[in-house]
Design a protein around this ligand. Structure first.
Ligand code: GCW
Length: 688
């Protein structure tokens, strides 16, 4: 089913309403010289030619022309541009490097019925503009008569793959890796198809290997993989995607037999300098490295009594001569906790470790912070590090891989959750104080910052297992590029591009997407408490699965109530927020109800804002959530005629699984709390 490897770029033929507009592609530069163009501009022309063929069956010719424009003239209207460029027909790619500063990787589109200008200062800008034109043609019916300027909000928009070199994927729910097979790096047409899909939504970087770097992956920075990595970086570069690697902090020991990997040891430092010189020379397009250190058993500077900053800066210094960036993860916590200990709080760990180091990291270090303080649960508060750190580059890390959100068997559209995080007001500054402001660099004038998503892709024909999980990949890119887009706009676009354009079906599927996160939340763990999953693989209900374990993830349910006291009288976690948020979370009456159990221990008979008791809320939401999952199945079946057969078959099977599994969640969670509390359901429904 080759068509599906193109996912949302599987074009379907449509009527050609503007034949002149789609008659030719002309690249206009000062010199008019094809040889001088960035690769991404060449790719943009090829994409427009391909779209012309696959959407309309027309053959666009490509031309290269010269015209000198002043930067200010790039803001002109269609008529003036016709005069300035001498081009009045077809698609005109106006590449003006002088615009690079103001436009960054953005673009301007202005068009009438016969000519369409895509204006940018970088090759990426031209490429993103070309994909936008194609998207408008498909989702809005035509790209004619448009005027818009879109500058990306986030400098870095990156994918994080947790692919292992044996081909397995940690938390992968859509087959095996397409980067690695049997400890070899693979570069083929799928690599290109992947980069193309990324570029089409503005993703500009990808870390291809798991942050847990072990075995052969440690050798990715040695000559063993040099040729393939260079090749991969070149294929990525055609689409403006920069290759990054995860690295093993203990590499000096494992690869060179040094006695330690202490970041202050001279031999270790010299080894890294030489290694960085080698790898950046061997793979010139390499952007840098992602590092998981001192986390879940991975090596790091703490072993030597050094700080996270000392560890990161040592690598940063070695990578700096080559423009390399070190992305350092903040997922550092004690994973050998005693469940009896009610003072130690995993939620506090990120802030406790990194806040004291604010201002100590090198310029080419960026801290990558998971959206919540725990680990990608269906509902968590925003990490207090976001809004806590003032002098450190930051990347927001979200998880498109549905580790805790249904493992791509359940439909769970995550853009609404990510938007909540981006819109969160941290009160870190008088203005520009949301998470979106911080990670985009607006708050503290930073450039090395942005968003990363742990990916949900694999070698499944449709990339993401559940076809509708493709929406999270697509949505991540679109949102990271333009954080002001709404979850609804993004869902509608993807549905029109991938599934159907029939208005009633678009509406039904969009409605489903928009409530899918709440539905999943309703039948799983309540009010921000999280977890309640099977240990290890994290799929399916197991209320006490992690309750007496070492991972620091407890719900503390007893016969009177449940929840974790994270107030100043409990673990003190609330005190990591700025005053306004601290006050809100500290007071159970003020606390946003969806996070109530994250912050407070609450009695089953306590009355919530809805007027219901906590226990009744748990029962009701679980019945509702499971019923809604059942409705998803029915609604989807009703749309069969509007959905491509392959997509329908694969997805219907998943919706069926979801409906059944939601009942399992409902009954296990409800029975658990009935047995703990002894309080029956007010409506007398069956609880076991
Ligand atoms: O949630 C945990 C996952 C691990 C993952 C880790 C992390 C890559 O269960 O599989 O390891 O987070 O983010 O590092």
């Amino acid at each position: 089913m080759a068509g599906y490897t193109d996912a949302w770029l599987s074009y379907k033929m449509k009527a050609l309403t503007n034949p002149v507009l789609w008659s030719r592609v002309t690249v206009v530069t000062a010199a008019g010289d094809k040889e001088q163009l960035p690769q991404t501009v060449v790719t943009a022309t090829a994409e427009l030619v391909r779209a012309g063929k696959e959407l309309f069956g027309t053959e666009l010719q490509t031309y290269y022309e010269a015209a000198a424009l002043l930067p200010a003239e790039a803001e002109a209207g269609v008529d003036a541009l016709k005069r300035l460029t001498g081009q009045a027909e077809g698609t005109v790619l106006l590449f003006l490097p002088e615009l690079a500063k103001g436009y960054s990787e953005g673009y301007r589109i202005v068009s009438d019925d016969t000519v369409m200008y895509i204006i940018a200062g970088t090759g990426r800008g031209i490429l993103y503009g070309a994909f936008d034109v194609i998207r408008m043609e498909i989702t809005e019916g035509s790209a004619a008569g448009k005027e818009k300027k879109v500058l990306p909000d986030n400098p870095l928009r990156m994918m994080n793959h947790w692919d292992n070199m044996d081909g397995s994927i940690e938390r992968g729910y859509s087959g095996r890796s397409f980067f690695f097979v049997d400890n070899e790096v693979v570069v083929n047409e799928r690599t290109r198809a992947y980069a193309r899909l990324c570029a089409s939504v503005g993703i500009n970087a990808a870390v291809i290997n798991n942050v847990n770097v072990k075995n052969a992956a440690t050798e990715l920075i040695t000559p063993r993989y040099e040729k393939e990595l260079r090749r991969m970086s070149e294929v990525f570069a055609e689409y403006g995607v920069t290759l990054y690697l995860s690295l093993n902090f203990a590499a000096p020991m494992e690869l060179a037999g040094l006695s330690c990997s202490d970041p202050l040891n001279e031999e270790v430092r010299a080894w890294w300098k030489e290694t960085m010189r080698y790898i950046f020379t061997a793979v010139p397009n390499l952007g840098g490295f992602l590092v998981k250190a001192d986390s879940e058993g991975r090596p790091g500077p703490h072993t030597y009594g050094r700080t996270q900053a000392e560890g990161a800066n040592m690598l940063a210094e070695a990578a700096a001569p080559y423009g390399g960036t070190i992305i350092w993860r903040c997922f550092v916590y004690n994973c050998t906790q005693d469940w009896r200990d009610k003072k130690t709080d995993r939620a506090r760990a990120g802030y406790d470790h990194f806040k004291p180091l604010d201002g100590q990291f090198a310029d080419n270090v960026v801290l990558q912070i998971k959206n919540g303080p725990m680990d990608f649960q269906i509902r968590e508060p925003v990490s207090p590090l976001l809004g806590g750190l003032e002098h450190t580059n930051q990347i927001l890390e979200v998880q498109a891989a549905q580790e805790y959100t249904g493992q791509q068997r359940h439909f769970c559209y995550l853009v609404p959750m990510w938007k909540e995080v981006l819109d969160f007001k941290t009160y870190c500054a008088p203005e520009n104080d949301t998470v979106a402001d911080i990670v985009s660099g607006r708050t503290y004038a930073q450039h090395t910052c942005g968003m990363a998503a742990v990916t949900n892709t694999g070698d499944d024909e449709n990339w993401t297992g559940h076809d509708f999980a493709g929406l999270n990949w697509y949505g991540f890119g679109r949102l990271a590029f333009q954080t002001s887009l709404t979850a609804k706009e993004i869902a509608e676009e993807w549905i029109r591009m991938t599934v159907t354009k029939e208005p009633a079906a678009v509406k039904a599927l969009t409605d489903m997407a928009l409530c899918s996160r709440e539905v999943y939340e309703k039948y799983t763990s309540p009010l921000g408490i999280g977890w309640m999953v099977n240990p290890g693989h994290h799929y399916g209900p197991n209320v006490d699965g992690y309750e007496y374990d070492r991972w620091g993830t407890y719900h503390r349910a007893d016969c009177h109530g449940l929840g974790v006291d994270r107030t100043s009288k409990g673990t003190g976690y609330t005190m990591q927020y700025r005053e306004e948020n601290y006050k809100r979370y500290e007071d159970a009456a003020e606390c946003p109800e969806e996070l109530l159990l994250f912050f407070h221990y609450v009695r089953y008979d306590a009355v919530l804002k809805s007027g219901k008791t906590l226990i009744q809320h748990i029962y009701d939401t679980h019945f509702e959530g499971a019923a809604q999952a059942e409705q998803f199945l029915g609604t989807f079946a009703g749309l069969k005629d509007y959905i491509p057969e392959e997509i329908y078959q694969r997805s219907a099977e998943r919706f069926k699984m979801q409906a059944e599994h939601a009942k399992e969640w409902r009954d296990i969670v409800n029975s658990y709390f009935y047995r703990k509390s002894g309080i029956p359901d007010a409506h007398g429904r069956e609880i076991y």
